[in-house]
Design a protein around this ligand. Structure first.
Ligand code: GLU
Length: 261
């Protein structure tokens, strides 16, 4: 029998908070109940936001919580070639196109509608470039990202994202292409993650379909909120596990508070 494969995949752009603890503990419990495996993946493709000390802190905080994961841990920044290979396949089938617009220019070409993140839909300026011209500019080394060509791809649920950027300028990859590539490469069968990411799932399923990758089962769990009912977030500096620990909270307290006692 194949053992189900779960993963916890944080981005090291801040310290883990209670919301991450919930997600990690839930993955661990489901994996253990199902006789499955639990992988840890570090999603650090955005090197402008990721920091090595946050990677280290992820290992420490999860170990402190009493979690165990398989080694080696996949660190996305060491695998850009895998994401580029999938981007090349998508470009080959004209599912994506290179976009040379800066953020500001893209906004100038924006549609009045917005994607689920509240970002204006891109107006498709670079979609209209001839392929030979686009290829020439890519080869010449013009800075570019890659966008899905939703006009061509039809009208599934992913369309609400418009021509989503799946590889960012200068970063060379993005969360979407990296997460889909890695879930497949690592044989992940059950993706358990927060409801905040649920709107991105149709986009991930579209990429899986295009790349002929298996689609895992998805389960989006509730988000842990602070006492004011706000979603916890690294950027809001929500009470991190380290702060709680420094203030005398034990791992057992956290498990109990989150319903894993
Ligand atoms: N790396 C993402 C985050 O920290 C989660 C990715 C996922 O679970 O699909 O928000």
């Amino acid at each position: 029998m194949h053992r189900p494969v779960f993963r916890f995949a944080p981005s090291p752009n801040g310290f883990l908070h209670l919301g991450h603890a919930y997600s990690a503990l839930l993955n661990a419990r489901m994996a253990s109940e199902a006789g499955g495996r639990l992988l840890l993946r570090i999603e650090d493709t955005d090197q402008t936001r990721s920091r090595p000390e946050f990677v280290q802190a992820i290992f420490e905080d999860l170990a402190w919580l009493g979690l165990d994961w398989e080694e080696p841990v996949r660190i996305q920044s060491q695998h850009f070639a895998d994401y580029e290979a999938n981007l090349a396949r998508l470009w080959e089938m004209s599912a994506i196109y290179p976009c040379f617009c800066s953020r500001k220019t893209a906004l100038g070409h924006a549609l009045p509608t917005c994607d689920p993140d509240g970002q204006p839909h891109y107006g498709g300026f670079c979609r209209a470039l001839r392929r030979s011209e686009a290829e020439r500019r890519v080869t010449r080394g013009d800075t570019h990202g890659w966008r899905l060509d939703m006009e061509r791809l039809g009208d599934g649920e992913a369309r609400q994202w418009g021509d989503a950027m799946i590889a960012k300028r200068r970063v060379g990859s993005s969360y979407h292409i990296a997460v889909v590539t890695d879930d497949a490469l690592q044989g992940v069968t059950l993706v358990v993650r927060g409801q905040d990411i649920e709107p991105a799932t149709p986009l991930h399923k579209l990429l899986q379909r295009l790349l002929a990758l298996p689609t895992p089962h998805y389960l989006h769990h509730q988000l842990i909120r602070d006492s004011a009912g706000q979603k916890l977030s690294k950027s809001l500096d929500s009470t991190s596990l380290r702060q709680l620990r420094a203030a005398g909270t034990t791992a057992e307290d956290i498990r109990r508070k989150l319903g894993f006692a």
